[in-house]
Design a binder for this molecule. Structure first.
Ligand code: D5M
Ligand code: FE
Ligand code: ZN
Length: 545
């Protein structure tokens, strides 16, 4: 059966430290004796090669067709095999490490493909549907027509020293840039000018939410702050805008319009504005049928990491059904990390952080070598916890270099063939879900919590709770441009939907329920891979668990 052969070949190549192009595996699987062909190819591969390419397999197969005997000198085929940009260190790690879970695929090449379409729907219905997809991919897209551009990567740009003055700059920058999206919409005045206006005047202000309090009579008092000072705005409990009060988060930027009280000490709110995404926003789409897998939260190193589901996913990527998947985005939590949560060490399978990344790299190698990978860190990764989080350091990059992923900061925007994807790990989602009422944001509908971030045009508006902020001169967490796709993870729940035509998608995870999650009744969505059509922004969910 061709798929079994492909899965076994991938696993065999991986266990020997090689990453293979889909087409290479396809050709190997089609050989008369795939095992013998694989051995010949490996003999032929130069010592520093990391990826086995299709043309390389082809050249070995065509030679054996005529001579019938394998060549052992690979020196003349060096140009057909990608010679790595990697250091010797990771090479060695790759070749020596044979993970037991990887080799278990040998005997049970199980690829569970379930698929389900949700086009424009609000939430996925996860009943798996049988699909074909049992034959390996036989087409290789021309990598020259791909395009991948990164913006907003702050790796290496950090200027913050953690001083008070940095906090002042980052909030000033936030008010300036998000305020600019609101200033054209209201006839705003600085806080100090409003204090001096006559009672009964109409007034408007653009500011950061400084404080939200309910009054004894059930109204809401919201203090806005700008560069000149603060001013209190009262939302009456019977006004229509009271519904928006429970969406407000501290430190977000809003505009309020209203009427000053007789003594000008307070204003009664008539309207409230958010920076928001225009309702008429038209996302860009790719010019051809091409797909991206949007995943996150692999958590390698945890006892709950689901190696079988991951292997099934990697195997599926080698099939014909996945031939259009040319990009893979990983939104953080590659590994379980150490000391992230209390008592976490009791559930670790690998206790050394570097060994966790080495194991993760082995799993990444099973992904076809011709898929472009972009990754950002999450709160379990070995970078600073405060956001923005710079991309991994050199040592970790080296460990993960075999597949040559693009490693960028959390958050970053990656534009795939014209489609911009804002990648953010998602720690602020815990905050949004904790602060907003259940019907507006919940773990069951993580994409709805994401809508609020889009509305606020900021990935982590409120700081001080779950979300830690590293003060920088500039606020890297602002959504200056509207993304076409907003991709997060972290809460281990799968959900997607559209907000003003922007596709919000929260990937699930590859980690089964942890003790903590059991204690708080979180049922993770583990082993799902949402696949986005970049030409239509439709989503298909593949199930591997
Ligand atoms: O977190 C996955 C989800 O579970 C996210 O919503 C936070 C929550 N979580 C997991 N473990 C803990 C502990 N120990 N305390 C508080 N919240 C937790 P992730 O960080 O991706 O593992
Ligand atoms: Fe996670
Ligand atoms: Zn996380």
């Amino acid at each position: 059966m061709p798929l079994e052969a492909a899965a076994r070949l991938v696993s065999e190549l991986t266990s020997r430290g090689y990453n293979a192009e889909r087409e290479a595996v396809t050709r190997l699987a089609a050989a008369e004796d795939p095992n013998a062909a694989l051995e010949r190819v490996l003999e032929d591969v130069p010592d520093d090669a990391l990826v086995v390419r299709a043309d390389h397999v082809e050249s070995v197969l065509s030679r054996s067709d005529t001579t019938g005997s394998p060549r052992t000198n690979g020196s003349d085929t060096g140009d057909s095999v990608e010679s790595g940009t990697t250091s010797v260190g990771s090479e060695t790690a790759g070749r020596n490490a044979t993970r037991t879970d990887a080799s278990s695929t040998d005997s049970t090449p199980s690829v569970s493909t379930g698929t389900e379409r949700a086009t424009g729907g609000d939430s996925p219905d996860r009943s798996p549907v049988e699909t074909e997809g049992s034959s390996p991919a036989n087409r290789l897209a021309d990598p020259a027509i791909r395009s991948l551009e990164i913006t907003g990567d702050m790796t290496g740009e950090s200027t913050g020293t953690g001083e008070y003055s940095d906090f002042v700059s980052v909030f000033r920058d936030r008010l300036e840039r998000l305020g600019a999206k609101l200033r054209g919409r209201v006839n705003h005045r600085p806080a100090t000018a409003i204090q001096g206006m006559p009672g009964g005047s109409d007034a408007a202000m653009v500011g950061l939410v400084n404080d939200i309090r309910s009054t004894a009579s059930g109204h809401w008092l919201i203090e806005l702050e700008d560069a000149t000072g603060t001013f209190p705005w009262l939302v009456m409990k019977d006004r229509e805008y009271v519904d928006l009060v429970d969406e407000l988060l501290c430190d977000e930027v809003v505009a309020m319009e209203g009427t000053l009280a007789d003594d000008s000490g307070i204003a009664f709110v008539d309207s409230m504005y958010f920076p928001d995404v225009p309702r008429t926003y038209e996302p860009s789409t790719a010019d051809r049928h091409v797909q991206a897998a949007l995943i996150s939260d692999v958590h390698v190193g945890s006892q709950e990491f689901m190696a079988d589901a991951w292997n099934a996913f990697a195997d599926w990527l080698h099939t014909e059904e996945a031939q259009h998947v040319e990009y893979m985005l990983l939104a953080g939590d590659m590994v379980e990390g150490v000391g992230v949560y209390p008592d976490q060490d009791e559930e670790l399978d690998i206790v050394d952080i570097y060994e966790q990344y080495e194991a993760f790299s082995e799993h990444l190698k099973k992904v076809p070598g011709d898929i472009e990978i972009v990754m950002i860190p999450g709160n379990h990764d070995a970078v600073r916890l405060a956001e923005p989080q710079p991309g991994f350091d050199e040592e970790l990059r080296e460990i993960m270099s075999a597949h040559d992923p693009q490693i960028v900061s959390n958050p970053s925007t990656v534009t795939l063939e014209g489609v911009s994807v804002l990648m953010y790990h998602g720690v602020s989602l815990d905050e949004v879900i904790a602060e907003l009422p259940e019907e507006k944001a919940s773990y069951d509908d993580p994409h709805k919590a994401m809508y609020h971030l889009l509305k606020k045009r900021h990935v982590a508006p409120q700081f001080g709770g779950h979300t830690r902020l590293a003060p920088e001169e500039k606020d890297y967490l602002i959504m200056e441009e509207v993304p076409d796709i907003f991709h997060t993870g972290h809460v281990h729940k799968l959900g997607f939907g559209k907000y003003h035509n922007v596709l919000a998608i929260n990937s699930g995870c590859w980690q089964a329920q942890t003790d903590f999650q059991k204690s708080v009744n979180i049922e993770p969505d583990a082993g799902f891979a949402p696949i986005v059509d970049l030409d239509t922004l439709d989503v298909t969910v593949q199930k591997f668990s």
